[in-house]
Design a protein around this ligand. Sequence first.
Ligand code: KIV
Ligand code: ZN
Length: 390
Amino acid sequence: MTNETKQDRVLIFDTTLRDGEQSPGATMSHNEKLEIATLLDEMGVDIIEAGFPIASEGDFQAVSEIAKLSKNAVICGLARANYKDIDRCWEAVKGAARPRIHTFIGTSPQHRAIPNLTMDAMADRIHETVSHARNLCDNVQWSPMDAIRTEHDYLCRTVEIAIKAGATTINIPDTVGYTTPRESADIIKMLLERVPGADEIVFATHCHNDLGMATANALAAVDAGARQIECTINGLGERAGNTALEEVVMAMKVRGDIMPYHTEIDTTKIMNLSRRVSQVSGFAVQYNKAIVGKNAFAHESGIHQDGMLKSADTFEIMRPQDIGLSGTSLPLGKHSGRAALRAKLGEMGYELGDNQLKDVFVRFKELADRKKEVYDEDLTALMRDSGAGE
Ligand code: KIV
Ligand code: ZN
């Protein structure tokens, strides 16, 4: 691990094409996957998890092509803890300039019950499979799936085995979105303190959003020493989704005063990626979604619009331009005030005196009571009918 990674550089690992695509109904076509991977690469994502090569021929083909076309990012494929998965994954990623194999096994009591392995047998399996992956590729990530619900002693034991077998990144997944910020931080701290060799590798955090805490949990893990965040565009992913890339990246940018970390993400590309992922996955972005929702930079109430017209920092903590929007929006509705109406009409070329504005404002309020949003065409009609501005 370089000094930079150790101190303040946080690696962004995007799994929109793997965990994101596992969202029921979010399947993307081959060409759509290549397009999203290209956009992620151009945006400065450090690692792209391009798919699960053993899952299908289509996934294998997509990962292989993304591996060849990626210019900057490390290209990673997912593999369960068996030789067949790992070999198939290597076949898919090996064409990349910087390939990575990500192998995992469920270590919690709930997940150990499925392959019916004893703790010792699972420990042996981890050693064999991580060693095998490392013989193929010098960049290996290992995940104890459901790490958060794994007994702490066993978690430390398995992480130590994976590091000794050659894992270069250890990912700590909150597979079922069960953790809280304090626990997420405590687990990373515990691993750093208790596991020999922990300071030689990168710890990653991989959170799901079942309790709505994925962003907070990921950032708490970073505060405790994790230096890779696993996330997806728009928070796409299984059930309630994964940590949203745009949220963690913008949180670190906006609150650099208390989170002194940096990423290589060109944040001005966020909005375009959000729209494309929404289009190709068929998953609409909720209007009030942090950062990329339609209303994230929109202000309708009179007090807010008046404040925004005087100074943007009254109600905005980041600039819309920083995520690639052209500006703030002040939609006109029944909560809007005179200042916003005057500003909007001014933009449309109508300069009104105070009395005219008073009259138009009454008509505007009547209209706004009937319509959710008042558009430019409505205002043109209102000005024409009122005879004002002529
Ligand atoms: O949520 C999870 O545990 C995963 C693993 C495969 C890393 O997605
Ligand atoms: Zn996951």
